[in-house]
Design a protein around this ligand. Structure first.
Ligand code: SAH
Length: 265
């Protein structure tokens, strides 16, 4: 797992406490804080002009404003998202833009999910290490990295082969190669050899619930999945001794789940 963000910690804490009520901050103060950060904490380049900035300050700010500011409370999730270098998972995108409050295209008609949605799904999965998670829809690999950073062993499946291999390279480069097991294929069938999982997170929209995934949960485990057509509802299905309990989180918009789920039954 990646360590805490080095020398930003004191600066980040100060910024964090300010940003807890973002509307009260005057723009000049925020600007000063941003300058202080990029000048002294490694998110900028002290030698002048290294092409790859660490962008730690952008992550602290993303977490405060987009996640904590909207009610995400799980400190394991917040800390993981302060640490995973999101911009590394969207090659080709201007690095600072990776921290914007929106999804971004990653090629092959797919997207890296909006930070808030990654936070929401990760929190809804209720994970504490040591945890085992299945993700369906690796895409950029970012969600998988966040789950690994939370201390979980992650199994992740991607139906587009080019994305499966690209994300596996990036995950290895970012230090998650041992914790994340990836494969190319249709996630509809889950990963029975590695089951049961404490959570299954599906990051593509399913027209109906894939029953096979429910069966791969531990008792107490949760399936987090967007269900619907163009707009979906983010559903959570918790396995109990007797069956499953269903709850709804919010309206969402994901790219469609493809493959077997689209076949009539
Ligand atoms: N979790 C990703 C978001 C990926 S977008 C991230 O953090 O970036 C959804 C992904 O699901 C796409 O890459 C798409 O190709 C993939 N997908 C769609 N249907 C799938 C299926 N049946 N099995 C596995 N992956 C699927």
């Amino acid at each position: 797992m990646r360590g805490v963000i080095g020398s930003i910690v004191c600066v980040g804490a100060a910024v964090g406490s300010c940003l807890r009520s973002p509307r009260k901050i005057g723009a000049p103060i925020l600007l000063l804080l941003m300058q202080a950060c990029s000048g002294s904490n490694g998110s900028g380049d002290e030698q002048g002009g290294a092409p790859d900035r660490d962008l730690a300050y952008e992550r602290v700010r993303m977490v405060e404003v987009q996640l904590a500011g909207r009610g995400i409370r799980d400190e394991g999730v917040l800390e993981a998202m302060r640490n995973v270098r999101r911009h590394r998972f969207a090659p080709g995108l201007d690095p600072a833009r990776a921290y914007e409050d929106r999804p971004h295209p990653i090629g092959h008609g797919q997207t890296i999910s909006q930070p808030y949605i990654v936070g929401l799904m990760s929190e809804a999965a209720h994970l504490r290490p040591p945890c085992r998670v299945l993700e369906v829809g690796t895409g950029s690999g970012y969600q998988a990295a966040v789950l690994a950073e939370m201390g979980c062993t992650v199994y992740t499946i991607e139906i587009v082969e080019a994305l499966a291999s690209q994300s596996s390279e990036i995950l290895a480069r970012e230090g998650y190669g041992e914790q994340v097991h990836g494969r190319a294929g249709d996630g509809y069938y889950g990963w029975p050899e590695a089951a049961p999982f404490d959570a299954v997170i599906v990051t593509a929209a399913a027209p109906r619930l894939p029953e096979e995934l429910l069966e791969q949960l531990t008792v107490g485990g949760r399936l987090v999945i967007p269900v619907g057509d163009i707009w979906q509802v983010l559903e959570v299905h918790r396995r109990t001794e007797e069956g499953y309990e269903r709850s709804e989180l919010s309206g969402v918009r994901f790219v469609p789940m493809t493959g077997e789920i689209r076949q009539g039954r």
